[in-house]
Design a binder for this molecule. Structure first.
Ligand code: ACO
Length: 334
């Protein structure tokens, strides 16, 4: 059984309510039908009545709850919550109403914030920024976390490296610019995510083009300083660096380049030094090694919200719904 099938089974064991706000797209209805038929989660669809009727033709969504943002009796509750949360930004009730009617992602996040849903999946027809900004603004980070980041759960076929081909790669999606402190937090959250999703001990490698001081540059210092901070702040997490990718994965190289490291040669959680490296890295493995890349899964948010690729298929949405439901079961965003 692949990792996604395991997560789908886990989602079914304690059904959560996931909101799909992209009712302007037929893939949403195809996915909703599958999720409901297989019992993976309960589904809320947000959309105006006519829009839903038009786009859902041919799909059985009779078990979904439909919330029309123009007629929803709970709307005032969400407007009040929105205004309360964004009072410091000067948001008026009129602006809140307009924004919720124009961008259902805001409506979906407010439903979660008010306890009427457990998570949101969106992004099939919105950019990553527009998908996650409402979540950052309204749901915020979970206690003790400064920054939300995005990981991919990578499943590499015919691979004995990592955890028999399973890895977490991060940050591949969110933080465009980060210092050593943020990098240390990304590493800690990613190690926790690996353990929550895979169920085995994480071994996190903070990657660089240098292994243990073999090269000198401020880029290298940023990573080695992150390792120092992480050891101090998160002593229970097994991580090491800075190290090159070959030292992180290959035991023979590890013995040459980092013989004293317990992580080198065994890494299953790969922490990239920049968003460029993380984003390019996961796509390389996905395309060249034909890996399954599940994500980006957001970690560090107070409630689970996950993004989709705009090229996604309905089955990808089903997978992300299952991942989101599992995060909701855990009561925290991995
Ligand atoms: N963690 C927690 N909160 C955050 C984070 C973060 N990483 N980043 C921003 N915020 C908060 C801000 O504090 C702010 O809160 P406030 O409004 O209450 O003050 C709010 O989110 C909005 O922040 P801005 O900086 O104004 O938002 P911005 O428009 O810059 O958006 C975003 C932030 C969406 C994360 C942006 O950094 C971004 O677009 N990142 C890159 C996304 C991307 O393009 N990824 C690559 C593609 S994904 C893929 O290929 C799979």
């Amino acid at each position: 059984m692949g990792i996604l099938d395991k997560l789908i089974e886990k989602a079914k064991s304690d059904k959560k309510t996931i909101v799909l706000p992209e009712t302007m797209d037929k893939r949403t209805f195809e996915a909703a039908e599958k999720v409901l038929k297989e019992g993976i989660a309960d589904i809320i669809l947000i959309g105006a009545k006519e829009e839903i009727e038009e786009n859902s033709t041919g799909f059985d969504i009779s078990q979904a709850v439909i919330v029309d943002p123009f007629t929803d009796p709970n709307k005032q509750k969400y407007i009040d919550k929105f205004v309360e949360l964004r009072a410091s930004k000067g948001l008026t009730a009129e602006d809140a109403k307009k924004q919720m009617e124009q961008d259902y992602m805001y409506y979906a996040c407010l439903m979660c914030k008010c306890g009427d849903a457990d998570g949101v999946v969106s992004g099939a027809c919105h950019s990553t920024g527009n998908t996650i900004r409402p979540a950052l603004q309204l749901l915020k980070t979970k206690p003790g976390v400064k920054s939300v980041s995005g990981f991919f759960l990578m499943e590499v076929p015919n691979c004995t490296l990592g955890d028999n081909g399973l890895f977490v790669f991060a940050d591949c999606a969110v933080n465009v610019d980060f210092d050593s402190e943020k990098l240390a937090e990304i590493a800690a959250l990613s190690a926790q995510s690996f353990e929550l999703f895979v169920g085995h001990k994480a071994k996190a490698a903070l990657l660089s083009y240098s292994t243990k001081g073999s090269a000198k540059h401020s880029d290298v210092d940023k990573v080695s300083e992150a390792v120092r901070i992480a050891h101090e702040k998160y002593p229970d997490i097994e991580l090491d660096g800075e190290m090159q990718l070959d030292a992180a994965l290959d035991l023979t190289v590890a013995q040459l380049k980092a013989p004293d490291s317990a992580v080198a040669g065994h890494a299953n959680t790969l922490i990239f030094p920049s968003l460029e490296a993380g984003n390019i890295g996961y796509k390389l493995v996905q395309r060249l090694a034909k890996a399954n890349a599940y994500g980006p899964v957001l970690q560090g948010l107070a409630m689970p919200v996950n993004d989709l690729s705009r090229g996604c298929y309905a089955d990808d949405i089903v997978g992300v719904v299952a991942i989101t439901a599992v995060q909701a079961q855990l009561g925290k965003t991995a």
